[in-house]
Design a binder for this molecule. Sequence first.
Ligand SMILES: Cc1cc2nc3c(=O)[nH]c(=O)nc-3n(C[C@H](O)[C@H](O)[C@H](O)COP(=O)(O)OP(=O)(O)OC[C@H]3O[C@@H](n4cnc5c(N)ncnc54)[C@H](O)[C@@H]3O)c2cc1C
Ligand code: SF4
Length: 330
Amino acid sequence: MLPLPPFTYHAPATLPEALSLLSEHGMDALPMAGGTDLLVNLKHRLYDARHVVGLRGLPELRGIREEPDGAVVLGALTPIAELTRNPLVRSRLPSLAAAAGAIAGPQLREMGTLGGNLCLDTRCVYVNQSRFWRQALGGCLKKDGTTCHVVPGGRNCVAAASCDTAPVLATLGARVNLASVAGEREVTVAALYVADGIRNHVRRPDELLVSVRVPPLPAGLVAGFAKLRMREAIDFPALSIAVALLAPGGRVERVAVTVGALAARPHAVAGLERFRGRIWGRDVADEIGALTRRQCHPLANINVDPEWRREVLAVHVRRAFAAAGALPAG
Ligand SMILES: Cc1cc2nc3c(=O)[nH]c(=O)nc-3n(C[C@H](O)[C@H](O)[C@H](O)COP(=O)(O)OP(=O)(O)OC[C@H]3O[C@@H](n4cnc5c(N)ncnc54)[C@H](O)[C@@H]3O)c2cc1C
Ligand code: SF4
């Protein structure tokens, strides 16, 4: 069994208290929500921080509510399992409920939180290992080394954003609220991520993700989620695909597709405005699948054959539209 490294655990009772701890300790502190990923990574000696700031006592990060304009606000500490059973989420944001239900296994979904999922560290077959294992290769750009084993000679870490809720929230135009002692700011989920697997989001170390706001969605918008994973239980995504479609009267007005688990930043498929005005149907879905395949290039950053992942991309785009109810299942 791998022991945890020594650290000081802080249990603030209010948001201002938590933010001043993060401000005081800077890069030497890590926030912890459910701890389902953080504690494993600490055991693997992926972090050198000596302070852990527990978030579970913060009432400001809890709750799910609907705003007068119809937006849905989800507290960062919302357990992933709650996203699968909350009536408001199930009725208004079914693709989010579906993605949440496909995360890990039941125990991890009870402990893991929405905020922890959105801030999940990137994953790579060469880094999510014990220090002993990694030392045999001399480390890598992300930790203790100078090279990337996935893209030798590459200057950026391409470890995968493996958080299943991010593609869904990006297609729905959701925004996150980030707080620090300096104040609050809002960032879209799409803009939360950057193409650097060493630290793949724009959240500063002194900031906390407080909540997620999904804007009021237009009547008739449908959204779906499809996931490729090697086991149907307790497995990270090999592909994580979210779609949203607005096609009043059967004609496409708006369509969005986001693919996760490729590299450090979920990929928003570009050029979808060309489908505007088309009669929605299987042929359009297949063209969108083909466009997605052209733009997405899975890497050998996880233990699933990249060429095969690319070949099944279009099928999963179709499945996501089927999950949205926009195509027949199958
Ligand atoms: C076996 C296994 C399978 C898994 N499978 C999946 C899967 O299929 N799909 C998937 O998406 N995930 C998966 N996970 C990852 C993980 O359990 C979940 O994504 C979970 O959402 C993490 O939430 P947490 O609250 O436990 O985060 P923590 O472990 O507490 O934190 C994760 C990261 O987020 C930061 N953080 C947490 N909360 C905040 C906040 N409010 N503000 C700022 N930073 C914060 C932490 O500092 C840390 O860097 C899996 C994990 C395991 C162990
Ligand atoms: S992608 Fe490269 S640098 Fe990043 S974790 Fe994997 S091996 Fe390390």
